[in-house]
Design a protein. Structure first.
Length: 69
């Protein structure tokens, strides 16, 4: 995943789409943590990637909220 391209893609989304992406990323993180706890997770680096994705989405949501004020 190219970071700048992904962030630019996020900037073009509406607030509802960003919320949906955030919810799905949080669900994925929960599932990854569950798999890690039960020793079923092969790629542990995926947890870090999803956490960063959540942070990026939240950053874009905050930026959009500030520019709307």
């Amino acid at each position: 995943m190219k970071t700048k391209g992904y962030v630019n893609e996020l900037m073009g989304k509406t607030a509802d789409e960003l919320q949906k992406d955030l919810v799905s990323a949080k669900k994925e993180l929960f599932n990854l943590r569950f798999q890690n706890a039960t020793n079923q997770l092969d790629n542990t680096a995926r947890i870090k990637e999803v956490r960063k994705t959540i942070a990026r989405i939240q950053t874009v949501i905050t930026q959009n909220a500030r520019t709307a004020e």
